[in-house]
Design a protein around this ligand. Sequence first.
Ligand code: HAM
Length: 422
Amino acid sequence: MKINSIKGFADILPGDVESWHFVEEKAREVFARYSFFEIRIPIVEKTELFSRSLGETTDIVEKEMYTFPDQDAKGSLLTLRPEGTAGVARAYLEAELYKVEPVRKLFYLGPMFRRERPQKGRLRQFYQIGAEVLGRPDPLVDAEVLLLLRDFFSLVGLEGATLELNSLGDVQCRPGYRKALLAFLKEREKKLCANCQRRMERNPLRVLDCKEESCVEVTRDAPSILDYLCDDCRAHFGVVQRLLRDSELDYQLNPRIVRGLDYYCRTAFEWTSARLGSQNAVAAGGRYDGLVEDLGGPPTPGVGFAIGMERLVLLLEMKEARQAPRLTLFLVWVGDAGRAWAFSAAHRLRQRGIAVEMEGEQKSLKSQMRRADKLGASYVLIVGEEELGRGTVVLRNMDTKEQSELALDRLEDELLARRVGG
Ligand code: HAM
């Protein structure tokens, strides 16, 4: 019986992978310019890392995590990471990175797992390119990560993405807003969807993020968090906005951006594109000044973002970038002696850095030439028993169709001199 992949888990096949490489390469380029260093963290972590970091009442922790018992005596629970920020904060603490140099600018690439309902731009295994700055409280770095994102989008050729910006306040001012919002929602409780009615008391801000028509309608005139910011948060947000304006990075204030994770405070943002449909955020992030301390570390501010790779690749029209690397040389051989020679020549040439391919079984000349063409080979080397006897091979340039005879004993040097493979 045929076994298919799991719903929401996708293969990225050759032909598409090249777009991913292109995007990853550009990301590395931008991260280097902004002095970010790569970190690789495990895909599986203790479940409590996520429940504590993201918040018990978030959709992710309540219903979307892939959690399973470990095989140990304690029956500890493990979870496939639904995002990267918690793991990076844990690693920063565990390796005591702050002791040597408290300010760390880190980036990561890799798969995340959420058991959401699959649809366009929403998978259960999806890839993120993420960045986290730990140890910097200043608004300059909030603006810096947004400028980094703009540079990255322009490098990969993404057009038409909008930056939506908000401030979520902090422990000083958010409780006041929460109270006002809850009072507002309570007066309209009956009109909210069942899910929002249930979670309203525990997490009223999430109601602003609900996509149900009735909830969108009810919360249209809800109080805005921007009217409740304390002086410090207001000043911080003011500087972020001024820096963005000075750098001519356009943004829209959107007080409804509350983010689906509880660790956020102050600056929160999403880059959206109408072309993505309902799952419209191609990247999102914000500040999380309390997270490292909540995980048992020293007070350490943080700010970061993650880009959804599938959504980004979907938005890019990368016809050029999608070209697979061209094969340099295809060895066409005839007879047992031809095959033996071709096998060892292929190995020698590959060691010299030339991309070489050949058939393993005897095929007609025509069929071998067809395969060379299909693979996009720039050159074909034809090795017959007769040629071997003469100590020569025929080199054919597949673009110009020119053919020339090369001496076997000087083959590698001849090829390199003709810039085959270089
Ligand atoms: P997030 O908003 O949950 O934030 O995810 C960031 C991005 O990942 C989204 O904007 C979207 O492009 C992509 N994404 C999320 N879920 C899916 C899915 N099911 N299928 C496809 N793409 C998806 C975070 O994960 C935070 N850790 C970001 C962050 C880093 N904040 C601070 N530092």
